[in-house]
Design a protein around this ligand. Structure first.
Ligand code: ATP
Length: 266
């Protein structure tokens, strides 16, 4: 489904990604790990065309992603969530979720402005779809509540609901369990495992919580200073000496510890 080849991104003197390559097969759940500043979010930003790569290629379902317009990413079936939540605080949970369906509407500027019957039908259908996703994620009770003031764990699920409403085939999750307590992490893992097959998703998940990422992903890609230093099944990557060194000797995969490794000086 996705082939990343020799991807390099520089910011002035910093090489955020340095010749990174890996493939993701349809239906896979792949974990992207690495210490702070390793280049994980930069990679997501390339996949969603927020950043332009200096060199390298990204092929998604046979299409060259590096040359598509950024606004077409959602309609290609790629959705993401954000490390620091990308919700609109004053909008209701349902309206925040509906933002995820922006590319599914067919109405143009004029037809929407005139509120023609076709537009109202389309809005009803999208609202019904949003309500179904909200129910699936246990958010019906807060659907009319503004995003602001809701618990962090709930907001993480709202972000997931918004991404799902875009009907993605490839879902990119940036630190989905960061800030959640142990019970919430476990619940999120269960939900993600279930919706993955219900929604026929391929998932790439960036996460520092090793218990979560090693437990839920079939394959792990580890970056360090912009380079891929390891790739393989969780058990193998956890034992990889280069990965252990990158994490400054911290025992990778030690149960549920939500460790946030930091490199000296990074
Ligand atoms: P974290 O786990 O802390 O989120 P990360 O692995 O996602 O880290 P990135 O955010 O991709 O790492 O950053 C990789 C490097 O690129 C860092 O040195 C960062 O400072 C730099 N970087 C990322 N985005 C930009 C930008 N827009 N301008 C300048 N430098 C950037």
């Amino acid at each position: 489904m996705l082939e990343v080849h020799d991807l390099t991104v520089r910011f002035g003197g910093i090489t955020a990604l340095d010749g990174v390559g890996f493939d993701v097969g349809r239906g896979e759940m792949v974990g992207l790990i690495g210490p702070n500043g390793a280049g994980k979010t930069t990679l997501f930003n390339c996949l969603t065309r927020r950043y332009r790569a200096d060199s390298g290629t990204i092929s998604y379902e046979g299409e060259d992603l590096t040359s598509v317009a950024p606004h077409t990413i959602a309609s290609l079936g790629i959705a993401r969530t954000f490390q620091n939540l990308g919700l609109f605080p004053r909008m209701s949970v349902r309206d925040n979720v509906l933002v995820g369906a922006h590319h599914r509407g067919r109405a143009g500027f004029l037809t929407a402005g005139l509120r023609l019957p076709g537009v109202r039908r389309e809005e009803r259908a999208l609202r019904a779809d949003a309500d179904a996703v909200l129910e699936r994620l246990g958010l019906t009770g807060v659907s009319d509540h503004p995003a602001t003031g809701l618990p962090f764990g709930t907001l993480k699920r709202v972000e997931l609901a918004r991404a799902l409403l875009g009907r993605p085939r490839l879902l990119l999750l940036d630190e989905p369990v960061n800030g959640l307590n142990a019970a919430e992490v476990e619940e999120f893992a269960g939900t993600l495992g279930a919706i993955r097959s219900e929604y026929d998703l391929t998932v790439i998940v960036v996460e520092h919580h090793m218990g979560f990422v090693m437990g839920i992903c079939e394959r792990i890609v580890c970056l360090d200073f912009g380079r891929k230093i390891a790739e393989g099944p969780p058990g193998e990557v956890q034992r990889d000496p280069g990965v252990i060194e990158a994490y400054l000797g911290t025992a990778v995969g030690d149960g549920d510890s939500p460790m946030r490794p930091t490199k000296e000086g990074a």
